[in-house]
Design a binder for this molecule. Structure first.
Ligand code: ATP
Length: 570
């Protein structure tokens, strides 16, 4: 039956073909078939079919005489589509023929198409949910896409609308103009039928060419918009409230435990602060910038009877003058143009039940001082535009680095307010007078910063200690903290060296006649003054009256100087 002509014919076919006899012995596989199966004809001829395709059902075809068509089978990394038919001669089944083709790439393409169909379906769903209405048209103004919601709104169907000029589907549409000008129109109000809608239209581009336009109807009913705006306002107010609550919870970060004190003057300040903390009276904290005034204010609040209440800080120097009144005292709705809906409480009101910390009180404008005094005296606050005052119960801690007495003399600070605030005064000594304690303070801050920055700096090199001792620290502990933070990050571990210090600290040292001096006038004067006082005391054998007369100054003045320079007063 398999004549050479017939075999040549089989080899010329572009699909795979295999012929077996009744017993399943392979009689022939054509060339394409060998390629698809990855075998040579000599390897398969006269072998049983089960060796090539284990579990092949082709024997079933021989047994039943029934064809099995379009069966997909995996062969290695290929997918083959197989037809198996009985091979009949003179009415008798003498074998079977298997015809197969590689459909691997076809199958991959079909999979891709169904994936894309799924994605497209998801995208449509998304579009349906994102916007109430959406429509697209091509460059000729023909509708190419419209979603169900917009169809419902326009009382049409997708079948009817797609393919029609957009001007026939949406009355008053401006999509042609948008394509003409290339400019998007966002949030326009438009009347369709008897309803107002808000539309955004934008041109669609490909390689800078306008290929169509898209329209989005964000709200198909303005009543819905209005209710959304209302909901938004309510949410904003709630958010404001929670923000305030959060501040109340995390408002204070410092306690007395956070204050490091090695110097006796600072220790005395802490002792006094702890004593006055429990009273209800106002406190005035004096100290140069960076000495820890806020630290003290928070610590006092933390141990006061109001510790559970809020700690509200107002930096009088940082608030622009024209905003200060609203910031401090709040306002009612409609009090001025731009006033927020529902009004806004001021810091004074927010501090109700707690502490109001007025930082840089010396910078408070005079008219605000008058209003503040009223709050302290009457214990009530009146928002801008309000008809009635609100009762407030708070304690004021004020702080300043300015000489308030001088400001009073110049008429820039009200005397009555000064006396009201200054029930207790706490003076924080500047770092430069805490001689002998600067290195200890630095060590304390290094430990704290090591913990925060995951570093392991062990301390200061002797040269850095020198620099630290001769610097006058105008920025006080804050300056020391900043210098150390930078140096620790540069060094990471071991001792801090001068090269880790900022340039202004490295450059201040000069050597004159073999003696190392700094260009810090105040520190050098203090050093010399200290030296002279020590010499005088030595000469007077510790007798202060004698030492003062040797120095030609009053005894009280000697005591003041010794205290200021951190020398032994006893
Ligand atoms: N005795 C101290 N112990 C530990 N840290 C301190 C001490 N004094 C100040 N600090 C730290 O120094 C920094 C400055 O402190 P704070 O902000 O309280 O100073 P301030 O006097 O209020 O400054 P300003 O007047 O510039 O606002 C803070 O990081 C604070 O933690």
């Amino acid at each position: 039956m398999l004549t050479p002509q017939f075999l040549r014919f089989l080899d010329s076919l572009q699909i795979g073909m295999m012929i077996i006899d009744r017993e399943g012995m392979i009689l022939h596989v054509n060339q394409v078939g060998c390629q698809l199966l990855g075998l040579r004809l000599s390897e398969v001829r006269q072998h049983h079919v089960s060796r090539i395709t284990p579990g092949a059902d082709i024997m079933q075809v021989v047994r039943d005489g029934k064809a099995s068509l379009r069966v997909e089978i995996r062969f290695g990394d290929k997918t083959l589509l197989v037809d198996r038919i009985p091979y009949v001669e003179e009415g008798e089944i003498i074998g079977a023929i298997s015809v197969f083709q590689d459909i691997t790439s076809y199958e991959a393409a079909t999979r891709k198409i169904s994936e894309q169909e799924r994605e497209l379906h998801q995208f449509r769903e998304l579009v349906e949910q994102l916007y109430d209405g959406i429509v697209m048209c091509d460059r000729n103004g023909i509708v190419t896409m419209i979603n169900q919601a917009y169809c419902d709104f326009l009382e049409t169907t997708m079948e009817e609308a797609i393919g029609k000029p957009i001007t026939e589907v949406i009355e008053n549409t401006r999509m042609p103009q948008v394509m003409e000008t290339g400019k998007a129109e966002l949030g326009h109000l438009m009347r369709v039928g008897n309803r107002d809608i808000i539309v955004s239209r934008m041109p669609m581009r490909e390689d800078d060419k306008i290929i169509g336009a898209m329209g989005k109807v964000i709200f198909n009913d303005l009543r819905e918009l209005r209710s959304m705006v209302d909901r938004y306002n309510i949410m904003e107010r709630k958010l404001d409230y929670y923000r305030q609550e959060l501040k109340r919870v995390v408002g204070t970060r410092y306690s007395f435990d956070s204050i490091f004190a090695d110097h006796h003057l600072l220790k005395e300040t802490i002792h006094l602060a702890k004593k006055v903390a429990s009273s209800r009276s106002s406190i005035l904290i004096l100290g140069e910038s960076g000495t820890g005034k806020e630290l003290f204010a928070q610590a006092i609040h933390g141990v006061s009877a109001r510790a559970e209440g809020p700690f509200v800080r107002v930096n009088c120097a940082a608030i622009p003058k024209d905003l200060m009144e609203a910031e401090l005292f709040g306002y009612e709705e409609g009090a001025f143009t731009g006033a927020r809906k529902g009004g806004k409480p001021g810091k004074v009101e927010l501090a109700h039940g707690g502490t109001l910390f007025l930082d840089e009180i010396g910078d408070m404008p005079l008219d605000m001082q008058v209003k503040l005094l009223r709050v302290l005296q009457e214990k009530e606050v009146e928002r801008i535009g309000a008809t009635r005052p609100t009762q407030v119960d708070l304690r004021v801690i004020a702080a300043t680095h300015r000489p308030l007495e001088k400001l009073m003399e110049e008429g820039r600070f009200r005397e009555d307010l000064y006396y009201r605030l200054n029930v207790f005064t706490i003076s924080i000594p500047p770092l430069r007078v805490q001689t002998g304690s600067i290195i200890a303070m630095a060590q304390h801050l290094i430990q704290k910063l090591n913990r925060e920055l995951y570093t392991s700096v062990t301390g200061l090199s002797p040269r850095v200690e020198d620099v630290f001792l001769s610097h006058s620290w105008p920025g006080n502990v804050r300056e020391l903290h900043n210098v150390l933070e930078r140096a620790i990050q540069l060094a990471d571990h071991g001792l801090l060296e001068t090269e880790h210090l900022p340039a202004y600290l490295q450059e201040r040292k000069v050597v004159v006649n073999g003696e190392s001096l700094t260009l810090d006038l105040e520190a050098e004067l203090a050093k010399t003054e200290k030296k002279v006082l020590a010499m005088a005391l030595e000469k007077a054998e510790g007798n202060k009256v004698k030492a003062a007369s040797l120095l030609g100054i009053h005894r009280a003045s000697l005591y003041r100087k010794l205290e200021k320079l951190g020398m032994d007063v006893t």
